[in-house]
Design a protein around this ligand. Sequence first.
Ligand code: MEV
Length: 385
Amino acid sequence: MIVVRSSRLAGFYARPLADRVAHVAATATAPTAAWLSAGGGLDVGTADRMSENVIATAGLPLALGLNLRVNQQDYLVPMAVEEPSVVAAASAAARLVRLGGGFTGDADASIMTAQIHVDGCPDAQAAPAIIAAIEPALLAAADAAIPRMCARGGGARAVRTRVLDAAEGALVVEVDVDVGDAMGANLIDTVAEAVAPQVIAAIGGSALLRILTNLALGRRARARCEVSADAVGGDAIADGIARASRFAELDVARAVTHNKGVMNGVDAVAVALGQDWRAIEAGAHGFAAHDGRYRPLATWQRTPTGLRGAIELPLALGLVGGCTAAPGVRAALELIAVGSTQELAVVVAAVGLASNLAALRALASEGIQRGHMRLHARRLAGGAP
Ligand code: MEV
């Protein structure tokens, strides 16, 4: 059962840790409440089954991003990250956006793509038409390899061929697959290996790599928001945020840092939810550069009354499979309370946009260091390392 909780918890940060835990545990299921009350984490026995050569577990703070409202719904956002300002910054920006109604957003179907890398193809120019002619057979072979996913409504959707170097006979055959609520890497690798023999039988050459692409262009999420100039601290700061966004459009070195700020929020949620954050990072930066120039994932434009922000990025997220059954991940998924990977992707995109707004607002006003120092002082006062 999904419990929707208000994400506006004024003064939450100032409450003692035990109160914060009790507040969240009060509406949680028994296993989640027990996990939270025991301090969270991963037991070393479970860790030992997840990896090789385990000697201990490594810890990160698990915090709640607050104030997030997306498509008229509140979300408590579990975030695991070592950088002190990330959760506070995303929560503060989400509060500003909330004043104007919150974020809106949408996400594509869960399309992931298998790549079959072929070289030595005797007539690469003819290959796209040959592959197109056998597309139904390739889709059937792909579906036969992933029957349980097909039974859940997923399955292969399209095949295409891109010639990479005709003289070398190098090309790639790509199979798009709807992976539903899975992240999909294993399913896609299975499809790539299942389909490759038929590809080679049809066009010749040899298939070397058979693997997904992490450039999940068919699985993008978008979030948007409007925020008033008053909310960000006045017209001068709103102007500054729009100019900072333009700087990232004009300069690649700045765009990389701008996107790092976006990924501060995205990765923190991904880690808390046990997602493959390396895949998310690879996809995000590949998407940022996919038209040949590296661009900002999030942008801000001035409106007559404030700012309009928008973000788009590929997000390969899973609610099933991977390590989603680990106790801490189950607890975090329960708290964020989403019903589908599309819903989760929109929430994660909104957290990225909030993180970017917080960074640009600080940079365009007092500078980033004052806020960092305030948090640092707060942590020192609390005896944190
Ligand atoms: C620091 O973790 C992130 C920022 O550098 C992002 C940015 O410059 O936009 C503050």
